[in-house]
Design a protein around this ligand. Sequence first.
Ligand SMILES: [Zn+2]
Length: 186
Amino acid sequence: MLINNDTIIKDTDPLIREKSKDVPLPLSAEDEALLRDMLEYVRESTVPEIAEAKNLRPAVGISAIQVGVPKKMTAIVLKDEDGNIDTEFALVNPKIVSYSVEKAYLAQGEGCLSVEEEHQGYIYRSARIKVKGYDLLTDRDVVIRTEGYLAIVLQHELDHFRGTLFYDHIRKDAPFYEDKEAIRIE
Ligand SMILES: [Zn+2]
């Protein structure tokens, strides 16, 4: 599937609110091809020359509903300061199986390929999570225990499976309400 900033579903399209369904395993050729295309999008989106040539907006993750497919699949790519891939997953049916009570938030707020307008404010999420799912990259069922930035990204992407967008979590009456107990991630 051709994935670029024109084909990605935006929040002006009600489809973005649709709930995603479990994906049968082993993956069908069609589902695998889509997930690989999603991963490719995220990998390339942070390489400026490629992003410009292919009309990609930089991202660290994308979920299938964002290309109009309501299936529980997400691709995440985190790079280090030199632009080398640090962590990446191509997950099918990922599920958060435990959450910490302690919260964390990104000081810069969050962004999303499906959201073009700015929505400023803090989004409080669990500081530590445990996720189970199938990872296409390693062809294994994986258990991801994580905290910090990756934990935030995973929760953002998995929210898409429920039709939830990051700004749904921002307090309308006080977008920058500071929870002193929460971990601030710069
Ligand atoms: Zn998003």
